[in-house]
Design a protein around this ligand. Sequence first.
Ligand code: ZN
Ligand code: ZN
Length: 274
Amino acid sequence: MEGRLTFLGTGTSMGVPTLGCRCAVCTSSDPRDRRLRPSVLVRWTEASDGAGQAHERAVVIDTGPDFREQALRNGLTRLDAVFYTHSHADHILGLDDLRPLSFAVFRESGPLPLYASAETAQVVERIYDYTFSPAATYPNRARVRLAPLEERTAVYKVEFVRVPVMHGELEIAGFRFGRAAYLTDVSAIPETSFALLEGLDHLALSALRHKPHPNHSTVEQAVGWARRIGARHTWLTHIAHDLGHETTNRTLPEGIRMAYDGLELPVDLGTVKP
Ligand SMILES: [Zn+2]
Ligand SMILES: [Zn+2]
């Protein structure tokens, strides 16, 4: 299945520019130095079914505080599922903006599935109590349902494989879909996860800055993992204002580049084995 991977946001939790900052990157005129909070969109068209009808499918990984703006910029008008990597604010706080999209899904096929670990689900349920509480009566609440994040989840004909990574002390989820993978907020990759990352065309991998951080990889660490994983193309994301797009790109080895908001790549999404 041919599909498209779009970077909806490539910034770190504070976004770039960072509020109140006047550094060279935050004041840069290069649009690729403007980074919304981290998220990606995976889209594909399913060939016609028996009735001769093709279906557009769309999945987002994380809905951060910029989700609404990202959906508008990238022409996202329908959605089939959301996957969550973890429960930090920069990855979940756009959930309420799923409301208008979820109403359409609800009419078609029931509540929009949100795949999340038990830990993430717990945080989301607490924050969005008026959406998830059995006693919720708010009429315009999102028509969504939390679904357990399994090792493999099929969304129609495309399979999303959970790839565990470490984010400081926390084990969070990365995802592989066909010959592409999205790993954000990574501080370490468990040995067993490398086996899930063989044969990639495109790898999106987080790289915060050059200076070490307890919960995030540096550019140097990310480059090391990228070399070991050996994807044809690696795209760095979840980037802080320390890294200018153009200046950093020039220092990266062949096959490894900075991602930027709106970057779209054709990807082979594979097909679920029957
Ligand atoms: Zn983050
Ligand atoms: Zn995080």
